[in-house]
Structures are given as C-alpha cells and as structure tokens.
Write a protein that binds this ligand. Structure first.
Ligand SMILES: NC(=O)c1ccc[n+]([C@@H]2O[C@H](COP(=O)([O-])OP(=O)(O)OC[C@H]3O[C@@H](n4cnc5c(N)ncnc54)[C@H](OP(=O)(O)O)[C@@H]3O)[C@@H](O)[C@H]2O)c1
Length: 276
C-alpha cells in the first residue's frame, strides 16, 4: 500500500458520476488493477478505506461541521453545511461501505435516503439506531425499497424478525451508555456487514468514538460560523490536554471545505477511547 499523502486536493471531477477505471477497481476490490495507480489521488484516498472485510472490520465516522464545531442549527437544519465535493465524498463512502448507520435524530430531521446517487456504486444496507422506537415507520428508509434497512432497538423494545415497513427490527443489548457500539459492530458483522460508515449525527458518532469503535473519523470543516446549534463531537470532560485524542491525520481540500481524517488505528499521541 503506497503512503497516504497528508494534504491532497479532492479528486472531484472524475470519475463521478459515471465512474472510471480507478473507481471501478476500488468498487471491485481489484488490488492488481489498483497497484497500477499508486499515485492516483482517488486510489490513495479510498484504497485504505476499502480495506475492511470478514477478517478485519473497518468503521469510519463522518461529520460535516462549521468552524465552531456545529453540525446543524439548534432546530436540526443541516442542509447544506458543506459543499458539493463533500456530498460527493459521502456518496463515495456509502458506495464502498457494506452499511451506513445513523442515529434516530438524523432520520427525524433529515428523512435521508442513505443511497448512492452521485457516483457509481451499489447502495449499502441502511442501519438506524432508535433504541426507544421514536420513529413511526413513515420515513423513507422504511418505505422505499432502495436498500435493506435494519432498525436497531434496545432489547425488550422489539422482537427479532419483526418488521417496520421494509425494515427489519434488530434488538441489541443495552450497555452502560445506551447500545454498546462494539456490540452493534458485532451484530452487523454476523450479518456480513464489515465495512461501516457512521454518518451522523453528532451523538451517534461521539458514542462510537467514546467506545473506541471508530477506526477513522472524517471531519469536514466548512468555512461557516453558526454560533449555536447541535455539536459535532462531545466526549466526557477532560481536565488535562494530555488526555485529548491526538490521532495521526491526513487532510483533503474539498472545494471551499477541508476534510481532516483521523486514523485511530495508529495513535500518534496520548489517546482516550482510541481504537485498540
Ligand atoms: N453535518 C453532518 O455531517 C450531519 C450528519 C448527520 C446528521 N446531521 C444533523 O444532525 C442532527 C442529528 O444529530 P444528533 O447528534 O442530534 O443525533 P443523532 O446522532 O442523529 O441521533 C442521536 C440519537 O440516536 C440514538 N442513539 C445513537 N447512538 C446510540 C447508542 N449508541 N445507544 C443508544 N442510542 C443511540 C439516541 O436516541 P434516543 O435519544 O432515543 O435514546 C440518540 O439520542 C440533525 O439535525 C441532522 O440534520 C448532520
């Protein structure tokens, strides 16, 4: 695997929307073909993110935030904080993932489709965490049949095999803080879902980060200040900067935005909650 460059301009012009040889090789996991293009920006960005499989899960979080660390207004409006390149990147992340996971608030506010529309690729399985069953089944992930949907509920709040629209209910044991993200990953792995994109919102991604269940976290920073709103990452309070997470990072320029990708598998500094 070639070294992962630190600062790169995002490859947005090609292959979207139709695809290209490099993107097709990434989708196919064709390592022989990919070896031909060690310096191609698309390949160097996405090849490490295609590495997950049955022997090794890969869980990637993604959030788009303002300069002051907000992912949405207080009322829950987040469209569109980041620009077109980040949107394309999100669709590419979906296309190379087995499953895309969001929390219940995101479904309530955005009613997202969670499908691949801006690039070539198949739709991932959609996974919604709704422990207390706040969703009423009218949202798009339950009524369209664009991809299978799993509804993760707290054990005791639903039965295995139960359905909500097209979605399948999957009870998950409660942990100390809600549903344990590591248990969620195990439940999904048993269903053959090893590459997971945790697409929001802030609470859901933060729970995965706190549990040490994220291998990578991509934060796209848009040059906008909200001054109030829903926070991106929130972790238990620390009193010493030495306890902060200082992962290895790589950076990408996405139009007017900058994406910083944290790699928690190779922790450069002291780590709290980093993936072991
Ligand atoms: N800018 C972006 O990148 C981005 C991405 C996605 C969404 N958004 C925006 O972000 C907002 C929603 O984000 P949010 O942080 O408020 O909420 P969220 O992460 O979408 O949903 C959080 C809720 O999901 C449930 N949940 C998540 N993880 C859980 C776990 N491990 N165990 C138990 N329950 C869990 C809890 O439901 P209960 O409260 O029922 O227990 C929790 O309150 C929306 O406004 C959306 O538009 C922005």
């Amino acid at each position: 695997m070639p070294p992962e460059p630190d600062v790169t301009a995002y490859p947005s012009a090609e292959p979207a929307p139709a695809g290209g040889a490099q993107w097709q090789a990434l989708l196919d996991g064709d390592t022989t073909a990919l070896a031909q293009w060690p310096d191609d920006p698309l390949v160097s960005l996405y090849a490490p993110l295609c590495a997950g499989g049955p022997d090794r899960a890969l869980v990637v979080g993604h959030l788009a935030q303002s300069l002051d660390g907000r992912i949405a207004t207080a009322s829950g409006m987040s469209r569109w904080l980041s620009g077109g390149e980040d949107l394309l990147h999100t669709h590419r992340m979906r296309a190379i993932s087995d499953a895309v996971l969001v929390g219940v608030n995101t479904v309530l506010h955005d009613d997202p489709q969670l499908t691949v529309r801006r690039c070539l690729g198949r739709n991932p399985v959609r996974v919604v965490i709704d422990p207390e069953r706040r969703l009423d089944g009218t949202q798009r992930v339950f009524v369209d049949d664009a991809a299978p949907t799993l509804l993760l509920v707290a054990a005791g709040r639903g039965q295995e095999g139960e359905r909500v629209g097209h979605a399948q209910v999957v009870p998950v044991e409660r942990g100390a803080r809600g549903l344990d993200p590591r248990e969620i990953c195990r439940v999904l792995a048993r269903r053959g879902l090893h590459r997971l994109l945790v697409e929001g919102g802030g609470i859901t991604v933060s729970r995965f980060l706190e549990a040490g269940a994220l291998h990578r976290l991509q934060v796209t920073v848009a040059p906008v200040i909200l001054g109030s709103g829903r926070p991106a990452i929130t972790l238990p309070e620390i009193s010493d900067l030495g306890l902060s997470l200082r992962p290895r990072t790589r950076r990408m320029v996405l139009g007017d935005d900058v994406m910083i990708e944290c790699d928690f598998e190779t922790v450069a500094g002291a780590g709290r909650g980093a993936h072991g």
